[in-house]
Write a protein that binds this ligand. Structure first.
Ligand code: 5GP
Ligand code: ZN
Length: 114
């Protein structure tokens, strides 16, 4: 999608610090980390938000969680635990309208979220 910052990161137009990549997804370090480990995992295909997950594209979500587990192990946060977050829409706090999952670790997380 032309004006989407994460599409531009996915196709290399905007550089990112990559943590993982395959033909379907890209994981890269968040510009403004909220934890010692803060990686964003995105589908390369433009999906605007969790509202747009459907029977046709839902398999990417399973793949993203598989990739998250691998990254967590690779970065050494799997054993202590971590949080995977998806913000959806304005009330969810979504600022970039391209589906992404935050993988946060390296510290204890509070609950409930703010
Ligand atoms: P959201 O608030 O939509 O759930 O998360 C968007 C995230 O993208 C934020 O944590 C923000 O720091 C990150 N972000 C926004 N623009 C860029 C960018 O150009 N590069 C990187 N690496 N992260 C970005
Ligand atoms: Zn996009």
């Amino acid at each position: 999608m032309a004006d989407c910052i994460f599409c531009k990161i996915a196709n290399g137009e905007i550089p990112s610090n990559k943590a993982y990549e395959d033909d379907k997804v890209l994981a890269f370090y968040d510009l403004d980390p909220q934890a010692p480990t803060h990686v964003l995992i995105i589908p390369k295909e433009h999906i605007a938000s969790a509202n747009d997950i459907n029977e046709e594209n839902a398999s990417i979500v399973a793949h993203i969680f598989t990739v998250a587990a691998k990254i967590a192990k690779d970065l050494g946060i799997a054993e202590d635990g971590y949080r995977i977050v998806n913000n959806c829409g304005d009330n969810g706090g979504q600022t970039v309208k391209h589906l992404h999952f935050h993988l946060l670790g390296g510290r204890s997380m509070a609950w409930p979220p703010g």
